[in-house]
Design a protein around this ligand. Sequence first.
Ligand code: NAD
Ligand code: TYD
Length: 355
Amino acid sequence: MILVTGGAGFIGANFVLDWLAQHDEPVINLDKLTYAGNLETLARLQGDARHVFVQGDIGDAALVSRLLAEHRPRAVVNFAAESHVDRSIHGPEDFIQTNIVGTFHLLESVRAYWGSLPGAEREAFRFLHVSTDEVYGSLGKDDPAFTENHRYEPNSPYSASKAASDHLVRAYHHTYGLPVLTTNCSNNYGPYHFPEKLIPLMIVNALAGKALPVYGDGMQIRDWLYVKDHCSAIRRVLEAGRLGEVYNVGGWNEKPNIEIVHTVCALLDELRPRAGGQPYAAQISYVTDRPGHDRRYAIDARKLEAELGWKPAETFESGIRKTVQWYLDNPDWVAHVQSGAYREWVGKQYSGSAA
Ligand code: NAD
Ligand code: TYD
């Protein structure tokens, strides 16, 4: 089995659902259930013996060591993190605690466990750390996309905390020989994305008749990847990545934010036209820019393709259409996130299995 951390969040939950849809290898899912953790996303796994959910902190060494000793996973995939840049600007401390201190404690627990494994299991063990392209900082308009050798220049408390965690993971490989793999991925989008992030926020606000807040001039560029393509990249790196290596993951989909917002509006105009016939783009509102806002991210994913044969399955056009449709088809998931009702799921649905 494998141990996934942060598997009730956006990408982690998509990863767990995809993993168990593809084969029967069980997953222990360790998640603290912060505001971003949502067990409703995993509702379809209720009663599925292949999924063991445990509420807890990656920084809780006693808990993590017990889970490792009891379940003897062949790999740990670390998604757990505080992930929202704007929150990191308002309050960086949780980012330092989970992304840096938490990752450190997790690495310590995993190192002790890995060191205790007999030869073949020790040989096969992997620790995969899921990270972000934001550690590389901001690109100029004509700069080449980030390769794995780009220097680290994080600009927000979020990206600085992720950069620190990447360095710790690297150091545990070089110093202790821990068999690590690191992936640095561009902006994800898709089902179960918390509506504080750009794409789901725009969909949800548009449908509610609210303003669509575009920061600054809206010309900041992000490189978008459909979440299931990120999940397939992680599976591939886990399967065949070279130890100690870093793999950039991206979809070759650089777009300015304002274009993303217009695309979402156009899809909603087609799929759920506004009552008065007005286009959703009429709700766009330019607002004060984010402090220290990175201008452009772009990922060069050629290493992953050349070494491991990975390519994204979705184009931006197909992925964004699926995403908008998913939000239209799942109003209850959105409503429960907005009302906070999703937090009651811990007690209601998992009372037997939460540790
Ligand atoms: P998310 O905020 O949706 O989910 C994070 C999950 O981690 C939540 O379920 C939360 O409860 C859990 N968590 C937080 N602190 C924890 C702790 N101390 N112990 C255990 N669990 C804890 O984030 P996401 O968008 O799913 O991102 C997952 C990972 O992927 C993060 O490491 C993030 O940096 C990275 N990443 C995200 C993106 C993106 O576009 N969202 C892109 C590249 C990389
Ligand atoms: P976000 O989804 O927060 O991801 P990140 O900051 O990690 O890239 O934001 C994506 C882009 O969208 C980013 O340039 C900030 C911008 N943005 C807005 O213009 N308005 C918003 O309301 C939000 C949440 C983001």
